[in-house]
Ligand binder design. Sequence first.
Ligand code: DX5
Ligand code: ZN
Length: 220
Amino acid sequence: MKNFMVAPSILSTDFAHLGKTLEIINRSEADWLHVDVMDGMFVPNISFGTPVLEAIEQHSMKPIELHLMIVEPERYLEVFSKYGIDQITVHAEACLHLHSVVQQIKSLGCKAGVALNPHTSLGSLEYVIKDLDTVCLMAVNPGFGGQGFIPETLEKIKELKQFIQRKDAKAFIEVDGGVNRNNVKEILNSGADAVVAGSSIFNSDDPLRAIQELKKPIEI
Ligand code: DX5
Ligand code: ZN
């Protein structure tokens, strides 16, 4: 049975208690820690930068996936890669030279992910898919936590799965945005390997249990 991966996103947490949140994630069954960096240009929101990444590196025991929602991400790859980052995910829409950016990420010793906005078709990945560790399908328009899951994403997951098989590629399919205990099984059944979840975990009374419940579809 495949190991369905869950990556809690700390975007929706109370930053006054970031250490406590990271402790919870460390104790949980989460596979990765998902960290959203936003620049107020690529998306209409600004999240945080290197001082927070430094704190995360010191306290997280989970592999860190950095989701860069910034323009010209190539300008920051080297700086960000120094904070114990396992995977860097950039947006195809933010990269004029996506192939080159993917190679830069790998040359820094990180896994490479590419995220696609809800409207972006899979075609932009045609000639880079074999180089990718992860394709992250955005199931919301990026920028904010707590939005509703866009249902067309399910079809996109299925198409991506076939595309990856046809290309004989190895990329994981990750789904980011609006994921909760009610839709996670359908997401898994559509072919996803991993989900990112923020508000459904951290707005719940028991984040540890919420993480477990997202991982649970594999036991059904
Ligand atoms: C949105 C971010 C997501 C966000 C998910 O732009 O990329 O990672 O934190 O939050 P939820 O699960 O609340 O949609
Ligand atoms: Zn994200």
